[in-house]
Structures are given as C-alpha cells and as structure tokens.
Design a protein around this ligand. Sequence first.
Ligand code: ZN
Length: 458
Amino acid sequence: MSLSEQVRASIEAHKPALIETLFRLLRQPSVSAQGLGVAECAEVLRDIMEEHGIAARVIPTAGHPVVYGEYPVEGATNTLLVYGHYDVQPPEPYEAWISPPFEPEIRDGRIYARGTGDNKGQLLTHVLAVKLLADLGLMPKVNLKFIFEGEEESLSPSLPAFLREHADLLRADAFYAADGPMHPSGRPVVFFGVRGVVGIELVARGANRDLHSGEFGGPVPNPAWTLVELLHTMRLPDERVAIEGFYDRVVPPTPYERELLERIPFDPEEVKRDLGISAFAGPPDLSWYEQLMFQPTLTISGMACGYTGPGVKGVLPSEAVVRLEARLVADQDPDDIFAKVARHVRRYAPDVEVRLLSRSAPQKTSPELPVSQAIVAAIADAYGVEPVVKPVLGASAPSYLFAETLGLPVIWATYANYDENNHSPNENITVECFLNGIVASALVFDRVAKLDPAQLRS
Ligand SMILES: [Zn+2]
C-alpha cells in the first residue's frame, strides 16, 4: 500500500475521533477582533497538540498568544515550519447562522461553525497528520515546527516582533501553511506568494463647518471637488497609475510563471456573468491573472462627504474623505509607495491630509525551487489531481514576515471547499475536505523529508 492509501485507511478507521477533535477546537470561541476567548483557545490548541505527541506551549505576545510546537524526528536533516491561525473572524450577524457559530454541527456532509475553514479545520490537519503517521510507524524524517498565531484576522500586529524575538527557535528550511478555499473546480490551490497592501486615507477640508449650499455655494470651496480632481491626477487613460515611480520596482513574471498563468483555468464570460459586469477594467494589454498577480493597483476603497440619506439636504460639505488602497507586487515596498503617494498629493493638492492606515509587503517564492515542486507533487498525490498552481495570490497575508525575517521559502496550499463561507455566516468545511487535508499534510511532510538538504537550502 502507498503512504497515501495507508493514511486514508487510518483516517477511515478513526473518523469520529478526528472530527470530535476539530469540534473541541471549534467550540472554543477565539475572536481576535473582540478579544473573545482567544487566550482560552490557545490553551485548548496546546492541549490538543500535546495529546498528539507535539511538544507545545503558549507563548505570550504584546497581543494574543502564539501556540508553538515542535516535533523533532531523530535523524532528520530537514525542518519544516508549519503556520496557521487559531483566531477567527467575528461571527456577526448571529441571526444569519442556521446553527450557532460556536456549536459545530454536521449537515449534508459539511461541518458548520466559525473557523471551520478559516483556519481551525485546516491547521488541525497538520496536527492530526503527525499522530496518525507516528501511530502507523510511518513518520517521515522531517523535523516539524508549528507556529499558530491568534491575531491573523486582526492583521497580525504582534507577529513581526514575535518572529524577530524567536528567530532562533523558528529556524527552519521552509514555511508551509494551508489556508483559503480551493478552486471552484474542486482542485486544491498551491501558491507561492501574496500581494502586499497599503491603506491610505486622504482628508480634504473646506470651510470650518458644513454650510447652506445656496447661501454659500460658489465662492466657498468644496472639498469633495478637491478630492475628485486629485484622484483624477492619479490615473492614466489606460487605467495605469499615474503616480511618479509607482511601477519602478515591479518585477515581471518569469517565463515559467507565465506558463503557470496560462494553465490556470479561466472563463472570462463565466466570470462576467458571475460578477454581473459587462467588461473588465484595468490595462487592456494585461490578462486577468497577470493583473491579479503581477500588477499593483491603486483603487478607491471608500468615499465619504455631504449627505446621501433619505430626502434631500442642500449642504456644502466642510470635509471630504477618501480611502485609497494599493495592492503591491514583488518587489514594491509599502513605505516607498506611501511616500510616493504622499509626494503626489503634496504636489497636486498640498492642503489635503494624507494618513497611512495599514501596510503589508508583497512576497513571492520561486515556484521552481525543489521544495516548491515537492509540495505541488505532494498535493497532486493527495488529491489525485493536479493542483491549480498560482505564482501569487491576489490577496494579502503575512508571508513576507516569514520570508524576510526568517529567510524562508514560503509555500501555501488550500484545503477548504470553495464555498467555505469564510468571514461569512454559516462558515463550513466539508468532512471530505477536512479529512483529505490530513492526507495532504502527511504527504507534504513526506516529500519535504525526502528532499536533498543541500537542494532544499539552495
Ligand atoms: Zn480569514
């Protein structure tokens, strides 16, 4: 029997216990944004890891704690750092849930609860795979380290300091995590990087108070127009960003990455139908995936001024606010981009205030590294189908912290069903996806164990 067959047989034999362990973790709320139950959840997770043979402890941070674990294997030369997060999104609105968010329930082959897919169900597969392999006497020769944070859903504020302070403890050869949904076709996704993000707020001010638009409109400046005209200077007719130096450090895809882009299934008509749009935006010479993975954006994520409530109000607003969001690609730097936007604003609308709201750097690991290829192969084995390989995810994640602070190649896979409803009511993971994740983690450990250490570190 192959490793994957043996693991599957064992999963089949222990199914109720595996699901019950997930239920234990799901029953403990851990809403980082609200500070609800997070410390308690760290303890539950530590206990589960200990029960699965992993030496685990809860390490405090300035915010919510990290649960750290080690599973050293005698004679192993390779070390894999496995990441996940045990905190969850706020479950509100409670009334939209068919069963309560912290009382897991199985309906039609799906486990419903907050955190099932994002990320408790996915992180637990790694832990379950360890004990299952050990019990079978099949633990591959790879040292495993686990870092499960409690602040991912709150943008990981304590993670940078944690990684710096514990760089020795976290020393490894590669980073692996499972998070996010599969492709709509049901194929798992493997990705090697994420876009960065910079959130910026612009505030324009006119008179010192809102005014009657009839009695004052005309000679008194309107801050809304100030912002509209400023925004207009930020974009070229082909929808590229007009801010000086914005594209300076953008790295184009390699030939191999281009090949990967072409292999990702894409049906433009279906996407348009699904989104209810008649045409795509963005520079017309760039494909959907090239835009999402290799091009930065500067977009408007919020606008507020004046009155848009019921009825009419003749008001000349005293203040207008716009929120901009830049998604960044390798090798752009969030601080550099913020500085360039601020310089642009000083030039075109010097009285407009510019505030930095959030920042996260882009990160990209080469899909051609031996460890990248090993993980793609492991996932293909586990699911019996080629994964959808994305060089970069359009969204953002704290990948760059691991790449920069610890110097690791960073590789992600997705184990949850496409319709996991992460961040939404009725979040779920199918029992099948949860159990398949255990197989996937076991095979990833096995492939990484077999890598030539010199190649792994090259
Ligand atoms: Zn999330």
